[in-house]
Write a protein that binds this ligand. Structure first.
Ligand SMILES: Cc1cc2nc3c(=O)[nH]c(=O)nc-3n(C[C@H](O)[C@H](O)[C@H](O)COP(=O)(O)O)c2cc1C
Ligand SMILES: C=C(O[C@@H]1CC(C(=O)O)=C[C@@H](OP(=O)(O)O)[C@H]1O)C(=O)O
Length: 386
């Protein structure tokens, strides 16, 4: 299964084509729209989200709401394009009419991208580098999530840290449904109200100072069968594939699986999960591995964390250089978010769902939902005998 996305942040639309998705899954368009809405929300977002109401139009790959096995084309309109038609014209080339962006913003692809692609106007870089494109990750991932849900797997993300303010470990939710409900009710997507107040204060502080903050989110997958991914070759290791999917989200600077970086500070006996055999099945009393050993799922919940750097555009800008005159000047200020960790957690949730669904299809093949179901059931019967 693969997907390809396109679209500039202030162009007419974003497009995603999903290929290799199995046939006969009844798809909920409302669920995709719901996921897109969740991505738009969160304390610290900028004015753009008041303009956009992301919803999908699906123009291929479905018939009467069921997948056909053919490529699925999804469109998300950029409502803001209406305000940018001159500056974002696809055909007319009148750069004189354009106010060019020439003072690259530190932390963005602006400078390196302009040099790499020979652009005089940094807008030619920032339009595609923008995290607006994360709507396409969510749209494709929302399809993947529905596939996983069909087979009893659930994926959810929550925010565990913003600007150094974190959710206390003992407050990390244990009950799945209560956790999801609490996360969704929170405007910073954390189930700990007290931490949420501290996080919002940090975001307010940053906003007041013309500054920005980052944070950490966690994605959890439950119901995954043992044996997705493989230890036999580097590019088949599921831990590497998950890390790659999360790291390629804009502004993600670190990924941890299970105890992650903490493993480096502990003795082995405090890191690895003992193996027991109880009531006819293998059990693990802890999950420091975060559900992955040797790049293979071990049947425990998958737990992955990602660290997001503070938003790059600062209203109180850092020093930059005018690329035309080479004079030292302040960086360009583009309309911006102050904190997008809650939004990024929704993106991460869908990036993870995509990778897991892809691994599920690899293991169980199948062009249709029915074929996958047969193979999954046969496999689970085998696993039960081990
Ligand atoms: C959901 C989301 C929203 C973002 N919003 C903004 C924004 O409003 N302004 C900004 O400067 N950067 C924003 N970013 C981050 C930039 O896109 C990112 O810093 C830039 O692409 C470079 O990141 P990289 O070096 O990790 O690739 C956002 C990122 C995400 C995931
Ligand atoms: C548009 C989205 O995020 C954008 C990501 C972004 C960036 O530089 O990454 C910059 C901002 O763009 P604008 O200047 O148009 O407000 C954000 O709003 C979105 O998430 O839908």
């Amino acid at each position: 299964m693969r997907y390809l996305s396109s679209g500039e942040s202030h162009g007419p639309e974003l497009t995603v084509i999903v290929e290799g998705f199995p046939s006969n899954l009844k798809v909920s368009r409302e669920a995709i729209d719901g996921a897109l809405r969740r991505r738009q929300m969160g304390y610290g977002r900028g004015y753009r989200q008041k303009i956009e109401t992301d919803t999908v139009e699906i123009t291929s790959g479905l018939r009467f709401g069921k997948t056909l096995g053919s490529p699925i084309t999804i469109h998300v309109v950029n409502r803001d394009f209406a305000h940018w038609t001159d500056r974002m014209s696809v055909w007319d080339e009148e750069p004189e009419n354009n106010k060019r962006v020439v003072r690259p913003r530190p932390g963005h692809a602006d400078l390196a991208g302009a040099i790499k692609y020979d652009h005089e106007d940094v807008r030619n870089v920032l339009e595609r580098a923008s995290a607006r494109n994360t709507a396409t990750i969510v749209a494709a991932g929302a399809l993947a999530k529905q596939l996983l849900e069909h087979f009893g797997m659930r994926v959810h993300a929550h925010v565990v840290e913003i600007g150094g303010e974190s959710v206390a470990d003992e407050k990390l939710p244990r009950d799945w449904d209560a956790w999801v409900a609490a996360t969704e009710a929170s405007d910073v997507r954390t189930a700990d109200e007290e931490a949420s107040t501290r996080m919002k204060k940090k975001i307010d502080e940053a906003k007041e100072a013309g500054d920005t903050v980052g944070g950490v989110f966690e994605v959890v997958v439950v119901g995954c069968p043992v044996g997705l991914g493989s230890y036999v070759h580097p590019d088949r290791k599921l831990d590497g594939r998950l890390a790659g999917a999360l790291m390629s989200i804009q502004a993600i600077k670190g990924v941890e699986i299970g105890l992650g970086f903490e493993t480096a500070r502990r003795f082995g006996s405090q890191v690895h999960d003992p193996i027991h055999y109880e009531e006819g099945r293998y059990t693990r009393p802890s999950n420091g591995a975060g559900g992955l050993e040797g790049g293979v799922t071990n049947g425990q919940p998958i737990v992955v964390r990602a660290a997001m750097k503070p938003i790059s555009t600062l209203y109180n800008p850092l020093e930059s250089v005018n690329m035309e005159t080479k004079a030292s000047e302040k960086a360009t200020v583009e309309r911006s978010d102050y904190c997008a960790v809650p939004a990024a957690s929704v993106v991460g949730e869908h990036a993870v769902a995509w990778v897991i669904a892809d691994a599920l299809l690899e293991k169980f093949g199948g062009d249709s939902i029915e074929q996958i179901a047969e193979r999954l059931q046969a496999y689970q019967e085998r696993v039960a005998k081990r």
